[in-house]
Design a protein around this ligand. Sequence first.
Ligand SMILES: Nc1ncnc2c1ncn2[C@@H]1O[C@H](COP(=O)(O)OP(=O)(O)OP(=O)(O)O)[C@@H](O)[C@H]1O
Length: 302
Amino acid sequence: MAGFIINSFSRAISSGRRLFDVLDSSSPVSERENAIELERAQGTVRFENVSFSYDPSVPALRNVDIEAKRNRVVAILGAPGSGKSTIVNLLPRFYEVDDGRITIDGTDIRDVTLESLRQNVGIVQQDVFLFSATIRENIAYGATDATLEDVIMAAKVAQLHDHIISLPGGYDTWVGERGTTLSGGQRQRLSIARSVLIDPPILILDDSTSSVDVETERLIHAAMVAVMKGRTTFVIAHRLSTVRDADHIIVLDRGRIVEQGSHEQLDAVGGIYHEILELQLRPQEEMMLDVALTSETTVGRA
Ligand SMILES: Nc1ncnc2c1ncn2[C@@H]1O[C@H](COP(=O)(O)OP(=O)(O)OP(=O)(O)O)[C@@H](O)[C@H]1O
């Protein structure tokens, strides 16, 4: 559900002003009369004692404190329903905090216009929506003044350029309905390319990808690392490579931060992080490696 909301909201955001207005009329948040424009942020984000619930009887986040800075990656980890998506739903103000506050460069996000806030907070979607248009237009969506050179640069950062030039029409290849199909991993990288063009100082990523091969996994990881540079990044983490690289890991359990620190620190504690690592993240990585080795052996034999 939360995934759906984030997808449709961010889709609406990337569709520009008109949809913004539609969105805002039905959104659970409203803009203050004297809301100010948030200029391009330096990127310091603080959650200060934030609590939130969708339904008053079930707290979704309880007394959450987070500090994130430019060029730093905060990985959010936790069981399904622990509140990961809620954290990232609150930052672009898809919902309003019940208690506490969220600031960007010291400014309460309730004091700024929704448009300027959302220009500062980009979201890389897992399953991006493709418009019936060329791949170039799909990448440039939301950055209408982007030149072909800009689009190519973004596709290179997103590790999608080589695939695009292998298509018969290159950047003019038609995608979306009745067009060339892109795989899940390619769509995710297209979403990364869009973010490179829109260039938000604060970025929200979700690293989950449904069963991809090792090469795709490597490309996605490289694209993520590249797009994070110079930004403040929050990543909902499902992969060992993501958490190992993060500057700070937050482990959620039923809406509370129960552990936080670096990979090494948390692994040494032997708590929930260690458990998730051993039971979920490591086996997942080993399985990927096994599949890679098996396919190499098969190719070798053929
Ligand atoms: N739109 C919603 N309306 C009501 N309750 C919701 C909504 N979205 C999430 N919740 C509830 O809020 C809590 C936190 O959910 P959230 O989606 O943030 O968890 P999550 O860690 O992102 O889970 P997942 O890994 O399954 O995406 C859960 O109890 C969930 O059922």
